[in-house]
Write a protein that binds this ligand. Structure first.
Ligand code: G3P
Ligand code: MG
Length: 243
């Protein structure tokens, strides 16, 4: 199976991260999938944003968990991108799934629930995915591995992936122990041996966040399952030239 290219927070090298313009641009350049970050608003709506606070990426201030969805979606998430002649708001997960259902993209939903646990988040996200009939195209990932176990309990057919930053001794065994079908390591932890051994154990490897040409080409030559990158167009051209 050829390596799949996932746009990290959408085409975030050029567009405001985790916004519809970034997702549309990733789709337009031919990415196989999109990775995005989900949190819950004060009124329990799954919204797409990376940080626990809105300060870095929007013109607002405060924590996502303390603001209603209606407040959050009115913020400008594209203020640093003056050239962008369309609105870039914080999207809701519902909005993204509605759009995604009209494409053939794979979606990696990262649950950002390591700092705040967001009670009931897993149930809400899974229900929404089921309502759009998108289960077969979704990969759930999180640094909070208890959350992945919870997802498996709610939906045993859900594909889950363990995110991790620091090296693990036997990650494929660990993945199996939490019912995950994949590992999403930081790229520094990835070796040819890791990919090959994990694959022998039927565990897929997708590395994040890979932007350097040399590394992208190396991972493709090692037949990694997925590359999560800020610049999907560039990674796709590396993939094309490797054929
Ligand atoms: O899911 C891969 C990657 O997004 C994890 O790190 O901090 O960019 O969400 P982060
Ligand atoms: Mg992420």
């Amino acid at each position: 199976m050829s390596t799949k290219i996932f746009a990290h927070r959408g085409y975030s090298a050029k567009y405001p991260e985790n916004t519809m313009p970034a997702f549309l641009a990733a789709h337009q350049c031919g990415a196989h999938g999109i990775e995005l970050d989900v949190q819950l608003s004060k009124d329990g709506v799954p919204v797409i944003i990376h940080d626990e606070a809105v300060n870095r990426t929007t013109n607002g201030k405060g924590l996502v968990k303390d603001m209603t969805a209606s407040c959050l979606t009115k913020l400008n998430a594209g203020q640093r991108f003056k050239w962008l002649n369309r609105k870039a708001a914080i999207p809701t997960l519902e909005e993204v799934l509605d759009w995604l259902s009209k494409t053939n993209l794979i979606l990696n939903i990262e649950l950002k629930n390591s700092v705040f646990p967001y009670k009931g988040m897993e149930e809400k996200v899974i229900k929404m995915v089921h309502d759009f009939d998108l289960s077969s195209r979704i990969i759930y990932s999180s640094f909070n591995h208890d959350s992945l176990v919870k997802i498996h309990k709610i939906d045993s057919s859900a594909e889950t992936a363990a995110l991790y930053k620091k090296a693990m001794p036997v990650p494929w065994e660990y993945a199996k122990s939490i019912h995950a079908s994949a590992i999403h390591p930081h790229y520094r932890n990835v070796t040819k041996e890791l990919i090959e051994t994990a694959q022998q154990h039927h565990i897929q490897v997708r590395a994040y966040t890979v932007n350097k040409t040399k590394l992208i080409k190396q991972l493709i030559s090692w037949k990694i399952a997925g590359i999560i990158t800020d610049n999907p167009c560039h990674a796709l051209s590396c993939l094309e030239s490797s054929k």
